[in-house]
Design a protein around this ligand. Structure first.
Ligand code: PXP
Length: 240
């Protein structure tokens, strides 16, 4: 069985916004990516709307045949938006305005009550909820207590090691142990951040991981080789 591939198209919007016009259009790219084999489309509606905006969310979520994973911060405003557009999945992520990208997993202890409320509401609306966490057993345990359905393990640290050809085995073991533990608790396991072909190949050896969410590398590689070839290449790697 293959690992599912979620294609994050935030950076299509980044390129569009650089000109403030309409091209390239995230909706068209979402449709194309799905037709080329993406299992779902991921978009992150940031509070500062630096890439994906409300109109993108409205248009993409209206295409019900494309499974949509909405990444969002846990607050009442975003929760209202999620309920309005009913994406299939929500991945709750930490958000800092000054960061370039989502630099780490959620602080589950600090935000426990807020997260609990958000997850309870999303569960009520049958929106599958995932928590973007650092790969620690403690965070997996808290995610289960919070009633999340899935955890997405942050792969930024291991991806950096692999890209720099540095020793990554301890990071790999940590992710593998967390994935095993999460599965044993009945959580579905996802992984994402900073991944490329090499990272995907290495992490696909962890049989408990069922989904990867990959963005920046796919959009970057597509500029050179095209979206279809890039998605096909990932699909080959994710077959196991
Ligand atoms: N998963 C989550 C939860 C993310 O926040 C991001 C970045 O938006 C990704 C996956 C994709 O990361 P990248 O763009 O580095 O592939």
């Amino acid at each position: 069985m293959s690992i599912r591939l979620g294609v994050n198209i935030d950076h299509v919007a980044t390129i569009r916004n650089a000109r403030g016009e309409k091209h390239p259009d995230p909706l068209s790219v979402a449709k194309k990516a799905f037709s080329y084999g993406a299992d779902s489309i991921t978009i992150h509606l940031r509070e500062d709307r630096r890439h994906i905006n409300d109109k993108d969310l409205k248009l993409i979520s209206s295409i019900k045949s494309i499974p949509l994973n909405l990444e969002m911060a846990s607050n009442s405003q975003m929760l209202k938006i999620a309920i309005k557009h009913k994406p299939n999945f929500v991945c709750i992520v930490p958000e800092k305005r000054t960061e370039i990208t989502t630099e780490g997993g959620l602080n589950l202890k600090k935000n426990n009550n807020k997260l609990k409320k958000t997850i309870l509401t999303l569960n009520k609306y049958n929106i599958r909820t995932s928590l973007f966490i650092n790969p620690t057993k403690q965070d997996v345990k808290i995610s289960k207590l919070l009633n999340a359905k899935c955890v997405e393990l942050h792969t930024g640290a291991i991806s950096n090691k692999i890209k720099k050809n540095k020793e990554y085995i301890n990071y790999f073991k940590k992710i593998k142990n967390c994935a095993k533990f999460a599965k044993s608790l009945g959580l579905e396991v996802h992984a994402g951040h900073g991944m490329d072909y090499k990272t995907a190949k290495i992490l696909s050896k962890i049989k408990e991981i069922q989904e990867f969410n990959i963005g920046h590398f796919i959009i970057g590689e597509s500029i050179i080789f095209g979206l279809k070839k890039t998605i096909n290449q990932f699909k080959k790697i994710l077959k196991r």
